[in-house]
Design a protein. Structure first.
Lengths: 394, 336, 346
């Protein structure tokens, strides 16, 4: 967004702004504009052949401006900046994660959480839903493996509400407001996911016109499972088409109605067939992707490949670090030898991989327990106690 | 490939016809039977003997009596049903190239079994009137021996594919492979040095696939012909500094033989495809103090590592002229 | 990779306005449709093949192909648009059916047991007790959990739920199930009744496994009392079937495709029939990148790891048999000592 403002302020008018957009902002919206411009250029050449007048050029400029104002609502840089200032940041309910994201989820953007299984992706989605629902925004929650748990949502809602200093009775009252705000559905394949998005794009306009509330948050957990099935079908193009369709629909929904779209994605390892060369290749790729794309400390990459990567505005990597007894205090407690206590919590690390505003590579820590998710200070000696998964229990 | 074709013909997609069996009927028919080991103490450890319709794996270091145990089974499976056998024939696949010794030892066992009157010629009536010598000789007819000592594990698979006729037409209900580790020896050597070239890694993956296919075929025979499959496996030293072994060790029980910590060969791939695993080991410092047992050999232990139908038990046993015998806990004491 | 990108970007521009269900057309027809201004299945459905052929400038056969596609997809589109959203309140007030594991502490943590409508996985090293727990689950699903130990009370009140046990490894032992059932129920008649509600299928190859799972939907349609499908194990045939026909090179993409299909069918089954799908999985040891360590992960790769909504780990060492709730959307990790909590391994 910042870049957009700059482009419009510094450059010579709308046309240059478009130029810059096409060059710099790698979003679908930009592709749309570029395509629009291509078409007009094509028309331009034809007409030049016919009439050779300069008037058409003005006409074209007007049309580009029109297209621009329709698509991205360009007034001027100042207005855009003001809009940016006043736009709502949706808190995730986890203090450190909010700080990492620069205040919370930004409206109109697609945020992706990725990580190995389990790393707390679904938990973060639940927490975001609870928080947005409490603020009075309807939430759409789509799950592809049935992992939505209303019980968990209630527990987290309670935690969020207590966090906001509400009394017991107020908590119970608020719960009855939160739960109806979250609409849940199960998605069984990519096509139905796309048609749900297309349906939302159509229907929300109607809702908006009649001053009905439209959702502020759309959660999809996770599109990658279905997309992967389509990609592996053999006709690769089909899968890729669905992928681009889905991302187009998502970004259109996000942009047109200022909705924060939250996705989850799986993590893939960097494949290195030969150890030495593989590492070299991985290093090369990092160089191409830019320094912020993959910090050297984390080996995982988001799934779905290079085509998917630019479709997301903000990307956060989640990693489960260790399991600890909650009794020992939130930070820095030693790992318990598998004994009596039932109350255990997981410490997770979130790393900002991609963002247009934040400082990529920053980290945030949070703890997930039976009744809570909350941010914590960077716990000491984390480097030494990497979770050895189940072995840690012995 | 034949399997694939069959599945396509029998179960075309979308027919919605799923053939199910009711468990209550399976219990009533009690389709699975047991083969006695010939020794009541070992039988008790095994909950009545080796169950058919399953794949049993016997793991142990060399000179633990794995082969002896198998040879004994080749004979006890011929016993008729009132004695605990199946009255069936058996197939013995040898991959270790020690055929000469095997045959002599087998005769020794057979003579003993015949003298006790257990052998009666493969369940056929005419065996009744035979003398022990003849019965012993005839029992050899009921054992098919196949040598398979090449390096290529595919040849083992081929032998097994050919064995189908034996199961179908010759009443073979026991298949013994001695040993599976030898047939797949390429796998362990290449998986050991992890820095190996890509080619070696491919080779190891290919062998794993062949192993899976072999095991699947064995399971299929066990299921289709209600047969019992016994395979033997070697052990390798557990090396603590190899991280993969350390991680595995943290989740499984320790196996100890001759005072060393060991692991079964062929890794988790094999362990995941057998129904039950038994571990045989040599005990150090255990002596017998009674005369009725032959004390020349050392005392060994037979242990159920895992099995879906047997409790974890352990027993001691010895090997003598006449076979493999479990010994009751009371008769030994730990010496110096 | 980059050339692919540019091609797909071109594809984006042609399909931005095209209905999702027409994307499945061949590329040539897709372009013709866009150029002629058709972007909705309903535009195409009511046309005759000849008319459409004229509009698109294609042969009537090709036009018919598009119409057929549009018609089949149009039905799907209506279904797709009628996706029912339910609010979290509804879901909370009508909780899905739970099947108890028969291990009280775990059942409490899970809110009554494993829930219907999702895939639950148990993995562990060979011999740790995956099959035992699966068999226990098959029994408690029917007997109705609760206190499994008070057999003296003679609670012969079996539910009428059914269980389908799919055995790919041949490790299912009917005698053992009978033993477990008798331990839980006590009475002989109740045990027989319980066993008659368990159905069993043996699967011998990957193809059979896929065919069976895709046929299950209609089987469950006819046997509506089946509330639990056990697949023991999902991994064996999947791992053994990764060779291509040439036998030389490993075809992992084929395996990935089978797995993706497996996942699709299983979750669909769980959701549409409101039953629990319980799968067992192998484990594999993965070396840490660059470092010295290694960790134990479920087999079948990273993608499959995301499929089960809940996962258990079971393992067995010399003095401890542990069952760990490793991943769950509703509960933090819970560890129980199986030797102490159940009499299953005594």
């Amino acid at each position: 967004m910042v870049r957009l403002v700059e482009g419009l302020l510094k450059g010579g008018g709308v046309d240059a702004g478009v130029e810059r957009l096409a060059k710099e902002v790698k979003s679908l919206e930009a592709y749309l504009l570029a395509e629009c411009r291509d078409k007009t250029k094509h028309a331009e050449r034809e007409r030049e052949r016919d009439t050779q007048t300069t008037e058409t050029l003005h006409e074209l400029d007007r049309r580009v401006a029109e297209a621009l104002s329709r698509q991205v609502d360009v007034q001027d840089g100042l207005a855009l900046f003001n809009k940016l200032q006043t736009s709502v940041l949706l808190p995730t309910g986890i203090g450190t994660l909010d700080a990492l994201l620069g205040g919370g989820l930004r409206e109109g953007q697609i945020t992706e959480f990725f990580g190995a299984s389990p790393s707390g992706k679904t938990q973060v989605c639940h927490c975001i839903s609870a928080c947005a629902a409490w603020l009075g925004y309807p939430v759409v929650y789509m799950t592809s493996n049935g992992s939505f748990s209303p019980e968990r949502l209630v527990k987290l809602s309670k935690h969020v509400l207590v966090h906001f200093d509400l009394s017991e009775t107020e908590v119970v009252e608020s719960l009855s407001k939160i739960l109806p705000n979250v609409s849940v559905t199960q998605v069984n394949d990519t096509l139905s996911l796309i048609s749900i998005f297309q349906g939302m794009i159509e229907n929300f306009g109607y809702l908006q016109k009649h001053d009905k509330p439209i959702p502020k948050v759309v959660v999809v957990d996770s599109p990658s499972l279905h997309l992967y099935r389509d990609l592996s079908i053999g006709q690769q193009n089909f899968g890729k088409l669905l992928m681009t369709q889905l991302s187009t629909a998502m970004s259109e929904l996000a942009n047109r109605y200022n909705i924060a779209v939250v996705l989850t994605n799986h993590e893939v390892r960097q494949f290195s067939p030969l150890r030495g060369d593989g590492r070299q290749a991985a290093a090369d790729r990092d160089h191409v992707d830019g320094p912020g794309a993959s910090p050297a400390t984390d080996q995982g990459k988001p799934g779905l490949g290079l085509l998917w990567q630019p479709q997301v505005n903000v990307r956060v990597h989640l990693k489960m670090h260790r399991v600890e007894r909650l009794d020992d205090g939130l930070a820095g407690g030693p790992e318990g030898p598998g004994k009596e206590s039932n109350e255990r919590a997981v410490v997770c690390k979130a790393t900002l991989i991609k963002s247009s505003t934040g400082n990529c590579g920053r980290e945030a820590w949070m703890i997930m327990g039976n009744r809570l998710i909350q941010g914590i200070e960077n716990p000491h000696n984390t480097e030494n106690c990497e979770v050895r998964d189940v072995s840690v229990w012995n | 490939m034949a399997e694939v074709k069959r599945a396509r013909v029998e179960g075309p997609r979308g027919t919605g016809r799923v053939e199910v069996a009711k468990v209550v009927n399976m219990v009533k028919d009690s389709c699975a039977r047991r083969i006695t080991t010939g020794c009541p103490i070992l039988d008790e450890t095994l909950c009545g003997g080796l169950r058919t319709n399953s794949v049993h794996e016997v793991v142990g270091e060399s000179n633990c009596g794995k082969t002896q145990f198998c040879l004994q089974l080749l004979l006890t499976s011929q016993w008729n049903e009132e004695h605990g056998g199946l009255g069936c024939k058996s197939l013995y696949i040898n991959t270790e190239g020690s055929g000469g010794i095997t045959a002599t030892r087998l005769r020794e066992f057979a003579d003993f079994h015949a003298s006790k009157g257990f052998l009666c010629g493969g369940g056929e009536d005419e065996g009744e009137g035979l003398g022990p010598a003849q019965a012993s000789l005839m029992s050899m007819d009921n054992i098919f021996i196949e040598r398979c000592t090449t390096d290529d594990p595919n040849s083992l698979l081929e032998v097994l594919l050919r064995a189908k006729t034996l199961l179908e037409h010759h009443n073979v209900k026991l298949i013994v492979i001695d040993s599976i580790a030898n047939a797949f020896k390429g796998m362990s050597s290449s998986s050991l040095d992890d820095g190996g070239a890509q080619k070696q890694q491919h080779e190891s993956q290919r062998l794993t696939q062949v192993l899976y296919r072999t095991m699947n075929l064995l399971k299929r025979y066990a299921c289709d012909y209600n047969a019992c499959v016994v395979i033997t496996n070697h052990v390798a030293d557990h090396i603590e500094r190899v991280s993969v072994q350390r991680a595995t060790q943290a989740l499984t029980e320790t196996l100890c033989t001759s005072g060393r910590i060991v692991r079964a060969s062929l890794g988790m791939g094999l362990a995941q495809s057998v129904t039950c695993r038994y571990f045989v080991s040599r005990l150090e410092g255990v002596r017998l103090n009674e005369n009725e047992y032959d004390t020349s050999g050392c005392v060994r232990a037979f242990e159920v590592v895992f099995s879906p139908f047997q409790a974890k038990r352990k027993t001691k046993y010895i090997i003598n002229q006449s076979g493999v015998w479990g010994i009751p806990d009371a008769v030994y004491e730990t010496g110096q | 990779m980059y050339s692919n990108d540019s091609r797909s970007n071109a594809a984006t521009s042609t399909t931005t306005c095209l209905d999702a269900h027409l994307v499945a057309c061949p590329p040539k027809l897709r372009r013709a449709l866009v150029d002629a201004g058709f972007n909705n299945v309903h535009d195409v459905c009511h046309l005759s093949a000849m008319d459409l052929a004229r509009e698109l400038g294609t042969t009537p056969e090709e036009a018919q192909q598009v119409i057929d596609l549009a018609k089949t997809k149009a039905v799907g589109a209506y279904l797709g648009n009628s996706v029912t959203f339910r609010t979290a309140l509804e879901l909370f007030e009508n909780p899905c059916e739970r099947i108890p594991l028969g291990i009280p502490r775990l059942d409490a943590a899970l809110g009554g047991g494993i829930s219907a409508g999702q895939v639950t996985e148990i993995c562990g090293p060979p011999g740790a007790g995956k099959t035992q727990i699966s068999m226990l689950l098959s029994v408690t699903a029917i007997a109705g959990g609760g206190s499994t130990r008070d057999s003296a009370a003679g609670r012969a009140s079996c539910s009428d739920r059914g269980v389908l046990y799919i055995d790919t490894e041949g490790s299912f032992v009917p005698e053992r199930v009978e033993e477990i059932a008798r331990g839980v129920l006590g009475s002989e008649a109740a045990t027989r009744q319980l066993l008659s509600q368990i159905q069993y299928v043996r699967v011998h190859s990957q193809v059979e496994q896929l065919a069976l799972v895709s046929d299950l939907a209609s089987h469950l349609e006819r046997n509506r009392n089946i509330k639990l499908v056990v697949l023991d194990s999902v991994a064996f045939h999947m791992r053994s079937g990764a060779t291509s026909t040439s036998g030389d090179k490993l075809d992992f993409s084929k395996r990935q495709h089978s797995l993706a299909n497996m996942f699709h069918l299983l979750t669909k089954l769980a959701v549409e029939n409101k039953c629990c799908v319980w799968v067992t999985n192998h484990i594999t040891v993965r070396k840490a990148e660059g470092g010295d360590g290694a960790k134990v992960v479920p087999a079948l790769g990273d993608l499959w790891a995301h499929v089960p909504a809940e996962r258990f780990f079971v393992w067995n060492t010399d003095d401890f048999r542990g069952l760990l709730l490793h991943k769950s959307p509703s509960s933090p990790q819970v560890l129980v000592d199986l030797n102490r909590e159940t009499g299953l391994f005594a």
